[in-house]
Ligand binder design. Sequence first.
Ligand SMILES: NC(=O)c1ccc[n+]([C@@H]2O[C@H](COP(=O)([O-])OP(=O)(O)OC[C@H]3O[C@@H](n4cnc5c(N)ncnc54)[C@H](OP(=O)(O)O)[C@@H]3O)[C@@H](O)[C@H]2O)c1
Length: 282
Amino acid sequence: MTAAKRESYLERLFGLGGRVAVVTGGSGALGGAIARGLAQAGARVAVLARRRGPIGALVETIASEGGEALGIEADVTERAQLESACERVIERWGRVDVLVNAAGGNIPQATVSETRSFFDLSAEDFERALRLNLLGTVLPSQVFARAMSEGEAQGCSIVNISSLTARRPASRVVAYAAAKAGVENFTRWLAVELTRHYGERIRVNAIAPGFFLAEQNRSLLLDAEGGLTERGRKIMQATPAGRFGAPDELVSTVLWLAGPGASFVNGTVATVDGGMDAFSGV
Ligand SMILES: NC(=O)c1ccc[n+]([C@@H]2O[C@H](COP(=O)([O-])OP(=O)(O)OC[C@H]3O[C@@H](n4cnc5c(N)ncnc54)[C@H](OP(=O)(O)O)[C@@H]3O)[C@@H](O)[C@H]2O)c1
């Protein structure tokens, strides 16, 4: 087979050339790798998060790698900010084809610890974790899926970033795990709802990552010297791969779910965890 034939075959399965993708949490560890990956695959990428500095740095990195990116400051829990963000994307590129909901993470105050039992968790802190992870997936889906539904684009795709803790709750992170379970349920619900109204135009799937080192979980996994905490060690033992994932290792799954080859994949959750979910511990 010639290289050109092979390339056009891969293009039919995974091609994102000319597509417009929005990545919430796009300046974070996982969102950043996903945003760069989408840009490398030919998509124009809007990087959405709250802090200007990390957004700007990522936009520059994508440009230096030959991609096209737009940085937008917005909070995923604030509908008005998301609506302005969506207007900016439409103004710049005229459409939205892909939404990756990667903003989220653990809220330290909403975890059980030696000094904070389950009985002492405050409703406010529990709600903060639900608000960021669950509502922060629902609101961008409302805003950007509406733009997908109103435009000319076909083959649109929403990819929610859940967590292995949605199905297999990890100790301590009670509110985070409950919120991610909500994200998976919402993924299935929305997949059906949008297909009922818009046919095959918009698909909705999720990825459940295992453990990857990032800002929001670093203090749970590594001590001040960079060694593994007890929790970090337990994770190593429970992960057949024996290591944390590297953010780049999520990219191929996002490209698959966002691309034309996944046209019959809807309402599913893909696990990327180094074998952790399959391991009985024995
Ligand atoms: N790392 C892991 O092991 C792991 C495992 C399973 C699932 N996940 C999930 O993967 C996603 C990405 O996490 P990560 O590990 O890459 O975390 P991270 O490095 O801390 O990145 C989080 C990103 O979300 C943004 N963000 C946080 N709150 C936001 C808000 N209210 N509005 C808009 N943006 C917000 C952050 O930027 P600003 O702070 O500037 O807004 C940052 O860009 C999260 O949903 C997380 O739950 C991570």
